[in-house]
Design a binder for this molecule. Structure first.
Ligand SMILES: [Zn+2]
Length: 171
């Protein structure tokens, strides 16, 4: 397994050599991804094996990352955890999709070499929800909190008023 990976790759040639790469890429180095995020902190971890299924080059493995999105409900920061199993079949035209088994997602390669970083970047981009929202009901919760605080405020006053009333009735 190699820690260093080439910037541009020829999937078929790597598949023939059965190369496996493991490493990290900074989120900051991925411009298209960064544009979708509230900030570009963090790293993308990957472990990818180039192999072949029949004549088709395949890339299989795992990609993991934590990226920061803007919740479209409360506009706060939310962490989006990506744990993705990669199963890509590199094809040169859509006609070749037939050669791939159902387990593989087709990746159309238009040029001889493709940017390794972009393969990883695309996988993360595909995992980002169209409308990111906290899984908990963040906005209603925030509003709910204020209501609770108000209620608490009322409740804090009420024991005294009750006491006052008790005193007034004076048993
Ligand atoms: Zn939220």
């Amino acid at each position: 397994m190699l820690d260093r990976f080439p910037e541009y790759i020829n999937p078929l040639s790597l598949a023939e050599k059965h190369r496996e790469y493991k490493g990290e890429l900074s989120v900051l180095s991925m411009q298209r991804l960064s544009e979708l995020l509230i900030n570009s902190e963090g790293w993308v971890h990957f472990q990818l094996l180039f192999s072949k299924q029949g004549k088709v080059a395949t890339i299989t493995g795992e990609i993991e990352a934590e990226v920061y999105l803007e919740c479209q409900n409360c506009l706060g920061t939310m962490v989006h955890v990506v744990r993705k199993t990669v199963q890509l079949g590199i094809i040169n035209s859509t006609d070749e999709i037939k050669q791939l088994s159902d387990h593989f997602e087709p990746l159309v390669q238009s040029e001889d070499k493709i940017a390794f970083r972009e393969i990883v970047e695309d996988e993360i981009i595909l995992s980002i929800p169209d409308v990111p929202k906290h899984t908990e009901v963040c906005l209603e919760q925030a509003l709910g909190k204020t209501e609770n605080e108000l209620e608490e405020g009322i409740q804090k006053e009420s024991p005294f008023s009750i006491l006052k009333d008790l005193k007034k009735t004076g048993v």
